[in-house]
Design a protein around this ligand. Structure first.
Ligand SMILES: NC(=O)c1ccc[n+]([C@@H]2O[C@H](COP(=O)([O-])OP(=O)(O)OC[C@H]3O[C@@H](n4cnc5c(N)ncnc54)[C@H](O)[C@@H]3O)[C@@H](O)[C@H]2O)c1
Length: 428
């Protein structure tokens, strides 16, 4: 049960500059206009208050879309405290906008590791009953340092592929102490956010950071998962010659049949002009690859952590310190005279160099996050600590709602078709 004893200091916050609040509010209002599903749910749940009495600690990129989620969770009755889930992904205007609206938010752009975990710790002072993660750093901090808070918890949710892999590994190890909903696995999340969201916003980030022309370039995509697929398609659409690298034979085959060249990274390395990784795995690009890259080659990452491009290898190959040549673009002059360029310090380029995914796609992901919070409120206390699949009926509700906002209706099976679907005896 909710302990009821905790008083959240609603005025607590730490952001870069509260003076940015007005600009932040404009961004949030703008995002609301492009998130009709979430805004519809806000209206609906403002009446029924399904999250009344809940205290949510959230750790997710502070973007204008996240602000719309935070304000929707509050409208549905929850007290919410928030931190960012990446040192470079917080939009300081949005953070100020939320702080000015009495959200206890602890987030600013470009924080160091110590500050990053300090921010998470502040949100835990609310003694949450629910957690909402992107990458599982909050879940992990709770388990590692604040086991005393675990009895309060109804459950949590996880937004991204890497975070879901992390909590599944915790569950397999018997280390997970409360139930987590894998929001990333909702069809209305990974089939849209990871594919179309990452596909578009990664190139938004590359272009803002580098201003290069994509047409005519050879673009190497590391990993042909949901994100990689979206990125490869968008690169092709922009006129690039696309190479895909993979470790999974099925996905490698799929990339080939989708029309892309497929080869190991060491063969792609001398060919590529722009390298973009989205694997969730470390060392996809290492010194071995950098040694054979062209002068002027550029690389960036879309995976959750900054481990996919081995920056220490790059530093070891370099002569002197890196040079910040543009916003979110660093030049490394190598000892052999070549210059290589790293986008967004190897962190998710769509968030470090641009604004993350467009609002329309986050409308889907965050409708699922809201539904996950409500589902955990209803069911969490009866569940064992494990990772739970996203309920299909909620997925369908979100998809129907989105179609409706787009003015699209679809067919429905007739009774005869329903019967036929179950009629296994009926053949030729
Ligand atoms: N930037 C964003 O906004 C954003 C959005 C969603 C997900 N993500 C993150 O992006 C990453 C990928 O997510 P996903 O949903 O596409 O995952 P996924 O599991 O669908 O795809 C990852 C792919 O990478 C491949 N891979 C693994 N190691 C490799 C290696 N060494 N070389 C080449 N390929 C390799 C895997 O075989 C797999 O096909 C995760 O870290 C996820 O958390 C980022």
């Amino acid at each position: 049960m909710v302990s009821g004893q905790v008083v959240i200091q609603m005025t607590d916050y730490k952001v870069k500059d509260i003076g940015l609040a007005e600009e932040g509010r404009m961004l949030i209002d703008y995002a609301e206009k492009h998130m009709p599903v979430l805004m519809h749910l806000r209206k609906k749940y403002a009446k029924s208050q399904p999250l009344k009495g809940m205290r949510i600690a959230g750790c997710l990129h502070v973007t204008k879309e996240t602000a719309v989620l935070v304000e929707t969770l509050r409208a549905a009755g929850a007290d919410v405290s928030w931190s960012g889930c990446n040192p470079l992904s917080t939009n300081d205007k949005v953070a100020a906008g939320l702080a000015a609206n009495d959200v206890p938010i602890f987030a600013w752009h470009n924080l160091n590791n110590e500050e990053y975990y300090w921010c998470i710790e502040q949100t835990l002072k609310s003694e949450p009953t629910l957690t909402l993660d992107d990458g599982a750093d909050l879940i992990f901090t709770l388990h590692n340092k604040h086991q005393e808070l675990i009895p309060n918890l109804y459950g949590g949710s996880e937004e991204t592929t890497t975070g879901v892999i992390r909590v599944r590994a915790m569950a397999e190890d018997g280390a997970l102490k409360y139930p987590i909903m894998a929001v990333n696995d909702a069809d209305t999340k990974h089939l849209f956010d990871n594919v179309y969201g990452t596909g578009q916003s990664v190139f938004d980030g590359v272009m803002r950071a580098s201003a290069i022309l994509i047409a005519g370039k050879t673009v190497v995509i590391g990993g042909y998962g949901y994100c990689g697929r979206g990125m490869a398609e968008r690169a092709r659409g922009l006129g690039a010659n696309v190479i895909v690298t993979e470790v999974d034979p099925v996905r490698g085959l799929q990339a080939r049949m989708d029309g892309f060249r497929v080869m190991p990274m060491i063969e792609a390395a001398p060919e590529g002009d722009l390298f973009l990784t989205a694997t969730g795995m470390k060392d996809v690009i290492t010194g071995e690859h950098m040694k054979v890259m062209k002068d002027g080659a550029m690389f960036g990452n879309a995976g959750h952590y900054n481990v996919e491009i081995n920056e220490p290898d790059l530093i070891a190959l370099s002569e002197g310190p890196k040079k910040r040549v543009r916003h979110a673009l660093d030049e490394y002059k190598l000892k052999d005279g070549r210059r290589l360029y790293l986008l967004g310090e190897g962190r998710l380029v769509n968030l470090t160099a641009a604004e993350g995914h467009p609002s329309e796609v986050m409308d889907l992901s965050f409708a699922s996050q809201l539904n996950a919070m409500i589902w955990m409120t209803k069911n969490g206390k009866d569940l064992k600590p494990a990772v739970y699949e996203f309920p299909k009926e909620l997925d369908n509700e979100t998809a129907f709602a989105k179609l409706e906002t787009m003015g699209i209706s679809i067919d429905k099976w007739t009774e005869e078709q329903e019967r036929y679907a179950r009629a296994y005896a009926e053949g030729t």
